[in-house]
Design a protein around this ligand. Structure first.
Ligand SMILES: C[S@@+](CC[C@H](N)C(=O)[O-])C[C@H]1O[C@@H](n2cnc3c(N)ncnc32)[C@H](O)[C@@H]1O
Length: 368
């Protein structure tokens, strides 16, 4: 699929973007006037339950269900968005982070595998259409997707991992046990694999593995056994049916629904979240200009471990092994870490946006 190259690929005076991200053949002669902030107002976010609720965009229309962009201030500081810089927002969602970057004059390519997110964010960010390009696809394919729109490098890549509040709260998407819905959980509704297929068709061993590895559910085997028993009687169709099957074997010990971990495991399996994260991270290196920034927001230890290991692998200048007489240069060395530790949201942010509570931000800078 070729997405038509838009005039936003050129600066008004023909200067290449600082990233040099545009191939010469993509330059156009038509003038494009960039305004750094078309509306000139900060977005106003309703500060209520979990940072969700109603958000008013710069045009003042209601943006229900999308959460406040998490750690927006820290991400802004890392990216230093200005006119002439171009970023890839690999998880566009409701466009909150993209809007922050656009407001400061940058160009943004907003990637999301969810068609609903693409439609929603495109409408929200219409005022920036000269500098914003929505692209539907998986960030595992970010290199080829960017290549298709004529972009080879960018000044920064943002990944805000996981599902959005809108996806979770949309009763029909089947992500949550709170709403009765067909078991679905696909972020990309074009893909054939659904949660219902996994629950009804995968083997006892496979179910145990995903609940244990991706859900970190201690009773993974017992849950899988119960599912296999129930599905011999009837096809397991809905989120609430699955939640009640899990509740038979996982006791309720806290305010959390006992099915939380099983649902997490299932969602990660449906969307192959860990595998695509690994593939996406490896592509980022080739896309970043020297000095370009990678920022990843993760929300559970499985994701964070992958990000941490990736950053460690590429930020060690030398490798050492007991059998070597001396350390050797690391062939993968290409990143610098401003901080080896993950950055956490401020207590003020956690107080106004409960979803930020488990966020961890890791940043890395591409060396030349
Ligand atoms: C947490 S939300 C992002 C919210 C966004 N940063 C904002 O400020 O509104 C995550 C979004 O990333 C998308 N997503 C998750 N994994 C993806 C992947 N591998 N490729 C493309 N999009 C993905 C989801 O569909 C969802 O819309």
């Amino acid at each position: 699929m070729i997405i038509p190259i838009k005039p936003w690929l050129e600066l008004a005076d023909g200067r290449p973007l600082t990233g040099g991200g545009i191939r010469p053949k993509d330059f156009r002669s038509s003038a494009l006037v960039l305004s750094s902030d078309p509306v000139g107002e900060e977005m106003d976010v309703a500060r209520n339950s979990g940072g969700m609720g109603t958000v008013f965009s710069t045009e003042g229309h209601r943006m229900e269900f999308y959460h406040e962009p998490i750690m927006g201030a820290e991400i802004r500081q890392a990216f230093e968005p200005v006119e002439g810089k171009q970023f890839l927002d690999g998880t566009l969602g409701g466009g909150g982070h993209s809007e922050m970057l656009l407001r400061h004059g940058a160009h943004v390519i907003g990637l999301d595998q969810d068609g609903d997110a693409i439609d929603y964010a495109s409408e929200r960010l219409e005022a920036y259409s000269d500098r914003f390009l929505p692209v539907r696809g998986n960030f595992a394919e970010m290199k080829s997707l960017l290549h298709e729109v004529g972009v080879d490098t960018v000044d920064g890549v943002l990944l805000d991992l996981g599902v959005s509040s809108r996806q979770l709260d949309d009763g029909e998407r089947g992500f949550s046990f709170r709403e009765e819905a067909e078991l679905d959980m696909r972020m990309d509704q074009r893909q054939p694999l659904t949660a219902k297929a996994i629950v009804n068709d995968w083997s006892l061993e496979e179910l145990t593995r995903i609940f244990r590895e991706y859900g970190e559910e201690k009773k993974a085997y017992r849950v899988a056994q119960e599912i296999v028993k129930q599905r011999e009687l009837n096809v397991i169709e809905t989120t609430t049916e699955l939640a009640s099957i899990v509740a038979k074997v996982v006791p309720k010990v806290s305010a959390k629904n006992p099915a939380t971990r099983v649902f997490q495991g299932l969602r990660i399996a449906v969307n192959r979240e860990l595998e695509v994260l690994e593939r996406g991270l490896e592509s980022v290196i080739e896309l970043l200009v020297p000095g370009g920034v990678l920022a990843v927001l993760s929300f559970h230890s499985l994701e964070d471990r992958i990000v941490k290991q990736f950053m460690r692998k590429h930020s060690q200048e030398f490798l050492d092994r007991p059998e070597w007489p001396e350390p050797r240069p690391n062939p993968d060395y290409c990143l610098e870490l401003p901080s080896r530790r993950a950055i956490a949201p401020t207590s003020e942010e956690v107080a106004r946006n409960a979803r930020s509570r488990s966020a961890k931000l890791r940043c890395a800078v591409r060396l030349s």
